[in-house]
Structure formats: structure tokens, C-alpha cells
Design a protein around this ligand. Structure first.
Ligand code: E4P
Length: 288
């Protein structure tokens, strides 16, 4: 199979196992990149079997392991992008995140470094862009957070900055996560295009198809969904496709001034805090 001609959205795999990457490339005939995170790395079969034998990693070993996984994935999508996430808990400083980001950026030639959208994360995003590192700002749950990413990374070129709004985790709270994608894509239309919207936490074919219809720049989807999409012949939604949002609360669009300084935006979101905690817990569970 080859990439559908009318597909403008880039398709990434969301996962931490290079075996999945290989298979998806075989199924689709193309793959534009991959996103990883601490939870996904903790689910890598090799990590799982190690833990089952009671052999946890040392701090150094776990980074070596992550690097090995990322290198393998990078070689499979040499012309794409691979997102690598720093370890961050609520006490991790901007300096600590930046040091990790710099190290991870040197692992492979096509990395985007994932930082959480917090004050420290945005300080680091600014510094990373200055240092010519590409970033993927993660755990985005609010339009205002995406606005802050835009203003903090002003001056970056297209392709250097992604923002990752998490659809499924908003749906879990009965909020229509796809509205967040729609709102960010709409808001960014008034901008200079330097930030690309990467639809994340995609849990269903409906999420996937609607993100294409909305014109999300990138979608990252788990193995199961990309496999199902290939089995269905890689459909692109028709213009009459209607996303079934029944039972989900609408997230209204807000008019936000993209010329503001990012420090003026309210960055706080409960799900960002919870997400940071979960990623940190899953990572720490790997370590002795
Ligand atoms: C990818 O960049 C995200 O970390 C991932 O899509 C989160 O998905 P989840 O909400 O299913 O954990």
C-alpha cells in the first residue's frame, strides 16, 4: 500500500516497541514518525519481561534502554520524526529538563523532545528553540496552553514545534476531546504556522478519522488503530463524515490573542498535573 494521495495529515505511531513500528510500516507502506512516552517505554516487551524476572533497571540503565529503543525506531523512520520524552515530576526544574532534552536530542538525528506544558516546560521550550532543538509540547488539555506554546516558541520554523492535545483523556472526563483539536487548529489558522497540531491520546477510529477531517497536521495513533485503518483500506473521511460526540460535553472555542507573552496565560490544568504524575510513576516503577 502507499500513502493515500489526498492525505495531508502526517501519520505517527504511538508506541514504545520497534517491532510494532516495523509491522505498521509493512501494513501502511509508509509512516511519518513515532511518539514515545515513559508509560509506553515501560510497556516495551523487553522492559516488561525484565521486570517480571524481578530485574529492575538502574537509573543509568533505563536511559540506555530508552536510547536503544529510540535508535531502533529512528532507523526505521529516518525521514520522519521520533518524539522522546524527558522525565519530569512536579519538582523537576527547567535546568534538569533542559539537560535531559539536550542529551536525548543527541541520541538520534530526527528527535523531537517532549516537555510538559508547565511553566518550567515552557521555559525549556524557549531555550530549546534557541538551541535549535525541536520540541513536542505534551499533556495539552486546554486551548490556552496551546496558545502559550505558540507564543513561547515564536521564531521557530515549521517542523520544529509540535503541540500534543490529548483527546482520549478529556473524553474520559466526558468532555469532547476532539473539540480541543478543532479549537487549536482553528486558533492556529490566524498564526504563522510554526506550531503543528499533533492529535494524541487517540483511542478510536472515529478520533482518527475526525482528526484527519479537521486538518490536524499530525496524528499519533496506537498500533491497533493503524492496523485497523490499513485493513479497512486506509479510508479518508468524506466531507459528510460526522463525528459521533453524543454524551460528551462541548469544549467551547475561545478568542485568544496570540501576540501575548506566554507568561500571561493560565497554564494550569488538572489533567496536566495528573499526566505528569502518571508518567513519572510508570518511569520510576522501572528503576531499582
Ligand atoms: C503521545 O504523544 C501521548 O503521550 C499518548 O498519545 C498518550 O495517550 P494515552 O492518553 O492513551 O496514554
Amino acid at each position: 500500500m502507499i500513502r493515500p494521495q489526498n492525505l495531508k495529515t502526517k501519520i505517527f505511531l504511538d508506541g514504545g516497541d520497534p517491532k510494532e513500528t516495523k509491522e505498521i510500516i509493512k501494513f501502511l507502506g509508509f509512516l511519518d514518525g513515532q511518539t514515545t512516552n515513559p508509560t509506553l517505554i515501560s510497556k516495551n516487551p523487553e522492559a516488561v519481561s525484565r521486570l517480571q524476572k524481578g530485574e529492575k533497571f538502574t537509573k543509568e540503565e533505563v536511559y540506555d534502554f530508552y536510547r536503544g529503543v529510540v535508535k531502533e525506531i529512528s532507523a526505521l523512520v529516518p525521514n520522519g520524526s521520533v518524539s522522546v520524552e524527558v522525565y519530569a515530576d512536579k519538582n523537576t526544574s527547567a535546568d534538569e529538563m533542559f539537560a535531559q532534552g539536550r542529551e536525548m536530542f543527541s541520541w538520534i538525528p530526527n528527535a523531537h523532545i517532549k516537555y510538559p506544558i508547565t511553566t518550567a516546560g515552557l521555559v525549556v521550550a524557549e531555550r530549546s528553540i534557541e538551541a535549535k532543538m525541536r520540541v513536542n509540547m505534551t499533556l495539552c488539555f486546554a486551548q490556552e496552553q496551546a496558545a502559550a506554546v505558540y507564543t513561547a516558541t515564536r521564531g521557530a520554523k515549521k517542523g520544529e514545534v509540535f503541540v500534543s492535545p490529548f483527546v482520549g483523556r478529556l473524553d474520559d472526563r466526558v468532555e469532547n476531546g476532539m473539540d480541543l483539536i478543532k479549537n487549536i487548529v482553528t486558533m492556529y489558522k490566524a498564526g504563522d504556522g510554526h506550531v503543528e497540531t499533533l492529535a494524541a491520546s487517540v483511542r478510536s477510529m472515529e478520533h482518527f478519522l475526525y482528526a484527519i477531517q479537521l486538518g490536524s497536521d499530525i496524528i499519533t495513533a496506537p498500533y491497533k488503530i493503524l492496523k485497523a485503518w490499513s485493513e479497512q483500506g486506509m479510508p479518508i473521511p468524506e466531507s459528510d463524515f460526522i463525528y459521533p460526540a453524543e454524551g460528551l460535553r462541548e469544549i467551547p472555542y475561545r478568542e485568544i490573542n496570540l501576540l501575548k507573552n506566554w507568561k500571561e496565560f493560565d497554564l494550569a490544568h488538572e489533567l496536566t498535573d495528573k499526566g505528569i504524575e502518571r508518567f513519572a510513576d510508570d518511569w520510576n516503577a522501572l528503576i531499582q
